[in-house]
Ligand binder design. Structure first.
Ligand code: 4AD
Ligand code: MG
Length: 473
């Protein structure tokens, strides 16, 4: 009981001193059988990120061995548990003989638990060590395929299920978590309703050449969704402001650093909104995400050696240029691109390298954009659409705009695409029952994460990437 009281006192004292105490622990409180010592009653299985709350206490930590070394009568184990790393130190004579003798058996990635006293140790990675008295092995790992030596990207991708254990991959995927959390919170805080879009759909949203087809029942075909947008439009007419966040699929045969075949999008849609309103919304959302990443992911950005100054300068207002101006800019940069053509990845890189903040390019030629875009009433050859390009050469991260709200014009546009008009009856119906101006956009999560982390390629920004030449593991 003494140890337990001691901890309660120290937490109380810290509270009095004004510390905000966040105790994170895996709640496996040790229940001592009747008659066992008080010492064990206070034993806690803790996570490594909470060690500073337990200095001087006897605790248990579960994890995997990243490496080990020995010098004379001392043996060191470096353990990770997903929340951090810690040094576990074994002393001949102080550690139980049974634990000490297990040392030679331990291979990289073996899983184990260590029990002992926690203390501060500035020389140890993470600044703490556990003086091991007891050790329990869950599993002795076979020879681990990933070692500190350089592996090719193909090898690492084949071992993606294990590669996720490396600190760099964890840093990237934690940034991803923050990006999604910040984006969702942004919309939640503004009164948007989360509305999940279907994955299996009866028709295309973005164009037939980029569609995955699958057999459905009774000779019907289904398609993996390219975007939740059309369903969000229905949602906006019901709820006013909605968003979805989920996986979307593109079968385009693009083998570039920006393309996945399965990627995640967050897509807001707003009733009674025009192009300008969603451009402002997109800007505010991006600022919120960047701020959240900077606030909560400093350690991860450090591991990734991200130039944080480049992210700190992301503030309003972003640059806004028209497609026409972008064409002029590209021509000045020596590119021969005629008016009317869509930008390729190379063009986007040139434009986005030119700006230190995101740039919104609006009013692309109608011919380059999807059927649902509304034509500019003052200039029918351009659409009321917008792409946002991230700086530092990252290119397009957002696509969106104002939707065609006239049922006859929309019907003609659908017919022009060659898509089966009957699958769009419901969508056209949205324009027959109280049609209103409405607009929205989609943010590609992986491209956003690649930009935040300063990565060359999107393949590391999603736990299990699906690329034109990769479906495994
Ligand atoms: O520009 P896109 O194709 O727009 C739409 O799908 C709209 N229906 C969205 C909407 O208005 N609700 O895609 C939007 C974003 C792109 O800017 C890009 O960030 C990302 O999704 N994206 C991809 N990311 C990875 N791999 C791909 N193949 C991607 N295609 C688009
Ligand atoms: Mg686009």
């Amino acid at each position: 009981m003494e140890a337990l009281n001691r901890k309660c006192l120290s937490l109380k004292k810290m509270k009095q001193m004004g510390f905000l105490i966040v105790v994170r622990r895996i709640e496996i409180d040790y229940k001592a059988p009747a008659g066992e010592g008080d010492e064990k009653m206070a034993l806690k299985t803790i996570s490594i990120d909470s060690v500073r709350d337990y200095e001087g206490e006897r605790v248990t930590i579960c994890g995997w061995l990243t490496h080990k070394r020995s010098s004379g009568r001392i043996r060191f184990l470096i353990l990770r548990d997903g929340t951090g790393i810690i040094q576990a130190t074994l002393f001949k004579g102080e550690t139980s003989d049974s634990a000490f003798d297990l040392y030679p058996e331990l291979t990289q990635e073996s899983s184990l638990s260590v029990t002992g006293e926690l203390r501060k140790e500035d020389r140890a990675p993470g600044g703490y060590e556990i003086l091991v008295s007891e050790m329990e092995i869950f599993h002795i790992a076979e020879t681990y395929p990933i070692s500190p030596k350089e592996h090719g990207i193909g090898f690492l991708m084949d071992h993606r299920h294990l590669w996720l254990r490396s600190s760099r991959q964890q840093a990237i995927l934690r940034v991803r978590h923050s990006v999604i959390k910040a984006a969702r919170r942004f919309f939640d805080d503004q009164g948007f309703t989360l509305l999940d879009a279907p994955i299996l759909t009866p028709s295309s949203c973005e164009g037939t050449t980029t569609l995955f087809e699958t057999d459905y029942f009774e000779d019907t075909k289904a398609f993996l969704s390219q975007s939740g947008q059309l369903y969000m439009e229905a949602g906006a007419m019901a709820f006013g402001k909605v968003y979805c966040c989920g996986p979307t699929f593109r079968a385009e045969k693009s083998k570039t650093r920006r393309h996945l075949t399965e990627f995640w999008m967050i897509e807001p849609e707003v009733a009674f909104a025009d192009l300008k309103m969603v451009m402002d919304l997109a800007e505010a959302m991006i600022i919120t995400i960047v701020q959240e990443v900077l606030k909560t992911r400093q350690a991860e950005l450090h591991i990734l050696e991200r130039d944080i100054a480049r992210l700190e300068q992301i503030r309003a207002p972003f640059y806004v240029i028209s497609y026409d101006e972008a064409i002029e800019f590209l021509k000045d940069a020596g590119e021969s691109i005629p008016w009317g053509e869509d930008f390729g990845g190379g063009h986007e890189t040139i434009i986005s390298n030119r700006f230190d903040r995101p740039v919104l390019i609006h009013r692309y030629p109608t011919e380059t954009k999807a059927f649902y875009m509304k034509n500019d009433p003052d200039r029918s050859e351009v659409a009321l659409c917008v792409d946002m390009l991230a700086p530092e050469g990252y290119g397009e991260i957002i696509g969106g705009g104002q939707r065609e709200d006239d049922s006859e014009i929309l019907k003609t546009k659908i017919e022009k695409t060659g898509l089966p008009p009957e699958s769009f009856d419901w969508y056209l119906g949205l324009r027959r029952y109280g049609s209103v101006p409405h607009a929205g956009f989609g943010l590609g999560i992986e491209r956003m994460v690649a930009w935040m982390c300063g990565l060359e390629h999107v393949r590391e920004t999603i736990p299990f990437p699906r690329l034109i030449d990769r479906l495994y593991p």
